[in-house]
Write a protein that binds this ligand. Structure first.
Ligand code: ADP
Ligand code: MG
Length: 583
């Protein structure tokens, strides 16, 4: 039995340095991380055993045990899941494969306090153990390998770790934390049990702890040989809604998303029909830092009959809803479902459409409740209803500030739901600095004779507001939507009309004010075009390489001239963006 010493990958060493040298806003998370790994290991075993039932050996009941030893100052987390071979232990506990953790490392600011808080939010997986331990020993044996091919992995969390081959009859993994002196508060059943209750109650396997009884003679609690489950041990989404508290839904979300903030809303349903599945979807309150990475989709986890299948289930949610978190559990999909199969499956398509519709209706609901009712409508509410209305008010605005720009991508991506998405959009306008004007609000305020919804795109609100192209609209008191998101121009190119009214950029072509222009103004404009024809011709000639046309316009009031683009062409804003992007 020879011992080998291995150096940690440089990134792991960096992470460990941080973990062992930082202050912790929340050290309790180490247990959440290690239990989550134990649970993943059991999920993996269950998955592999679908093809080879002999992997269960004589232990078909998967479970996690959490034990502590006051004298030895250790906490041990044991699972009978898939386990690790020696090579796997070296790879998985010595390198970082996860792109999420890499992103996390890139985000570190160097400020200890801030970074410590980040760790609390993300968790750094296995290495969280070093928050409370000055040495970690892992003993493991992979399912399917003989007992003599077990492994012991050990490290003090500085630059290196050791491995050696051991004999381990039991399949699975034990993680033994040798606690630091300042972490002895965790050598306490009540403490560990309450952390499990808080962070890991939803874990679908039993988490067992030894029972404890009061010993009169010794005057202390003594651990028994008997073990009992300290969690509910049923996957949260399989329980009836009425048995789940808001706190439990929120805690489950935090586990799922590594978000430290509670979600704005969630929706939990058993969807019946030709495809049956359980759907638990959350709308986060805060955008993740990688929101704009369209390739990253880890939001919704796919289970089949409670067996975890995959977690970047891009087939389950369109890209513009990639920020939604949740769980889908289907009884209809085959358990050995592959990525390719997923993409082609009609059931998956039905689930994806159902998810999309559900998210849109959650958003519609939030939007409806964003502003408190006033006057009579408010008075008619009961005290409970008022309190609930106050709880919901402002949530949609918060959502929109974080995710509105991504939602707009849906106009170009999801034609079937374009109308519903359009209704959910909010803009600033010449009537409102706040991004709160819906297209329906706008329509309700349209002037007599106004035939289009007018908008302008610009880099900033100030630039939009000061554009000379708005002059005539301002003079006539016509509202113009002010669009300043990068995606606006592109997204709006997919929305030609809203509820029968065309959308018209005020920076494009000869803005036709139609019936908003009275006869006199029209005549004056025609006359001006006539009078100034010689001047226009000269200008056209002088600018012939630079401008396509030079026209007399009615859109200006104070400014002498402005630039416009041809109808149907990219606006100047988009042209600039494309140029920046090198196109
Ligand atoms: P993550 O769980 O997100 O992959 P971790 O740092 O928590 O990252 O764990 C790293 C890897 O170590 C896991 O992906 C897994 O391969 C392995 N591992 C950790 N704990 C266990 C365990 N109890 N049983 C089997 N493998 C484990
Ligand atoms: Mg983990």
């Amino acid at each position: 039995m020879s011992k080998h010493t291995h150096a940690f990958q440089a990134e792991v060493a960096r992470l460990l340095h941080l973990v062992t040298h930082s202050l912790y806003s929340n050290p309790d998370i180490f247990l959440r991380e290690l239990i989550s790994n134990a649970s993943d290991a059991c999920d993996k075993l269950r998955f592999e055993a679908l093809a080879d039932a002999s992997l269960y050996e004589d232990q078909p009941n998967l479970e996690i045990r959490v034990a502590f030893d006051k004298a030895a100052k250790t906490i041990t987390i044991t699972d009978n899941g898939i386990g690790m071979s020696e090579a796997e232990a070296i790879e998985h506990l010595g390198t970082i494969a996860k792109s999420g953790t890499r992103d996390f490392l890139q985000r570190l600011s160097g400020d200890q306090k801030q970074d410590a808080q980040l760790i609390g939010q993300f968790g750094v997986g296995f290495y969280s153990g070093f928050i409370v331990a000055d040495r970690i020993t892992v003993e493991s044996r992979r399912a399917g390998l003989p007992p003599e091919q077990g492994v012991r992995w050990s490290s003090d969390g500085s630059g290196a770790f050791d491995t050696e081959t051991i004999t381990r009859p039991a399949r699975g993994t034990s993680v033994i934390l040798h606690l630091r002196d300042d972490a002895s508060e965790y050598l306490n059943r009540w403490k560990l049990k309450s952390i499990i209750g808080k962070y890991s109650d939803h874990i679908s396997l039993p988490i067992l702890m030894q029972k404890e009884v009061w010993d009169k003679d010794k005057g202390e609690y003594v651990l028994q040989d008997e073990w009992e489950a300290v969690n509910s041990a049923s996957a949260l989404w399989t329980r009836p809604k009425k048995d789940i508290s808001d706190e439990q839904y929120i805690e489950f979300y935090k586990n799922l998303s590594y978000d430290s903030e509670a979600p704005l809303a969630w929706s939990h349903h058993r969807v019946e029909g030709s495809t049956e599945y359980t759907q638990l979807l959350y709308i986060p309150a805060k955008a993740p830092f990688d929101l704009w990475n369209r390739d990253k989709r880890g939001g919704v986890k796919l289970y089949v009959k409670r067996v975890f299948i995959m977690d970047d289930a891009e087939s389950l949610m369109p890209a513009y809803l990639r920020w939604v978190k949740g769980v889908i559990d289907s009884a209809d999909l085959p358990l050995n479902v592959s990525r390719e199969l997923l993409q082609e499956s009609r059931d998956v398509k039905a689930i994806r459409d159902g998810n999309t519709r559900r998210v849109l209706s959650m958003l519609e609901d939030l939007a409806k409740k964003d502003v408190l009712p006033t006057g009579e409508a408010w008075e008619q509410l009961s005290a409970d209803e008022k309190a609930e209305a106050e709880r919901q008010a402002g949530k949609y605005s918060r959502f929109y500030a974080e995710f509105g720009a991504v939602l707009k991508e849906g106009l170009g991506e999801d034609f079937a739901n374009r109308e519903r998405i359009a209704k959910l959009l909010r803009f600033a306008s010449t009537h409102s600095d706040a991004v709160s004007v819906s297209l329906a609000d706008y329509k309700a305020r349209m002037k007599e004779g106004q035939e289009a919804i007018y908008y302008i795109t610009a880099d900033t609100l100030a630039a939009a507001k000061n554009s000379p192209q708005l002059e005539v609209f301002r003079k006539k008191g016509i509202e113009v939507l002010l669009m300043t998101d990068r995606v606006d121009e592109w997204a709006l190119s997919f929305l030609h009309e809203f509820d029968g009214t065309p959308l018209q950029s005020v920076a494009k072509g000869a803005v036709d004010l139609g019936k908003l222009q009275d006869e006199e103004e029209k005549k004056a404009a025609e006359q001006a075009a006539e009078t100034f024809k010689p001047v226009l011709d000269k200008l056209k000639d002088a600018l012939k390489d630079k401008a396509k046309d030079v026209r007399v316009t009615a859109r200006l009031v104070d400014s002498p001239a402005c630039l416009v683009v041809e109808d149907g062409e990219y606006s100047m804003q988009l042209a600039r963006l494309l140029k920046q992007a090198g196109q």
